[in-house]
Design a protein around this ligand. Structure first.
Ligand code: SF4
Ligand code: FES
Length: 249
């Protein structure tokens, strides 16, 4: 088993109202088979044995599907591997003696809770503003009864791959949530089932995005570069078209 030694500088902040700072730690014998979160587990076991406060970080599935994990590693949201969540990033991508700076996703719309944990419920409130299909009466219609071309269904499925992690926001110089919102609007607007509410959806979700304090897209494409699910900025263009059509017609 190959092992490496690391120097970590991790953001520690006990609560939102107290100042935070980077805290330095050395770790030896980190197996290159470990995931990044398992490496943080090792650090936390060490801190617990030393009767010190473990580092708080979000996680759940550890399979790259839930969207809970996320931190900025050496300036890159979710770390250096493309299309990879932090939980799926493995230590074999780092070298013996590396120094890692680990910080929370930073955005005014993501207030810090503790250490590496930020409050991303602003994204949930964007979904609540229209990111669904209402079925007010009767059962849901049989999806197979409505023909959808394979190209359109593939585009909808690609948009639906967004796990709501917020890395796009953290990497955008404007803290824009437009890749996330564009994906959530696209996955429904592309399909016939999403058409009846598309106008209210586009208006509601874009307004919610502004209300939450996210910025606007200036085509930096940093969001697309860090997205662990490869969401394309074509979804931002589609969102803008949906919004303009809804606002003008
Ligand atoms: S668009 Fe990508 S980076 Fe943004 S929330 Fe969705 S999966 Fe995460
Ligand atoms: S813990 Fe679920 S995506 Fe990383």
């Amino acid at each position: 088993m190959k092992t490496i030694a690391l120097t970590l500088h991790i953001w520690r902040q006990a609560k939102p109202s107290t100042p935070g700072q980077l805290e330095k730690h050395h770790l030896d014998n980190i197996s290159t088979d470990m995931s990044f979160l398992e490496m943080l587990d090792v650090l936390n076991e060490k801190l617990t044995r030393e009767d010190r406060e473990p580092v708080a970080f979000d996680h759940d599935c550890r399979e790259g599907i839930c969207g809970m994990c996320g931190a900025v590693v050496n300036g890159i949201a979710h770390g250096p591997e493309q299309e990879t969540t932090l939980c799926q990033l493995h230590m074999r991508h780092f070298s013996d003696g590396d120094t890692l700076y680990i910080e929370p996703f930073r955005s005014r719309a993501f207030p810090l809770i503790k250490d590496l944990i930020v409050d991303r419920t602003a994204l949930d409130r964007i979904i609540q503003a229209g990111g669904y299909v209402s079925t007010n009466t009767g059962g849901a219609p049989d999806g197979n009864a409505i023909p959808v071309s394979s190209i359109i269904s593939e585009q909808a499925m690609d948009a639906a791959a967004c796990i709501g992690c917020g890395a796009c926001v953290a990497s955008c110089p404007n803290s824009a949530a437009m890749l996330f919102t564009g994906a959530k609007i696209s996955q429904l607007s592309l399909l016939p089932q999403g058409h009846p509410e598309r106008k209210e959806r586009a208006l509601g979700m874009v307004q919610a995005m502004d209300r939450e304090g996210f910025g606007n897209c200036t085509n930096e494409r940093e969001c697309e570069a860090v997205c662990p699910k490869g969401i394309s900025i074509a979804n931002i263009a589609r969102m803008n078209r949906e919004f303009l059509k809804a606002a003008l017609l």
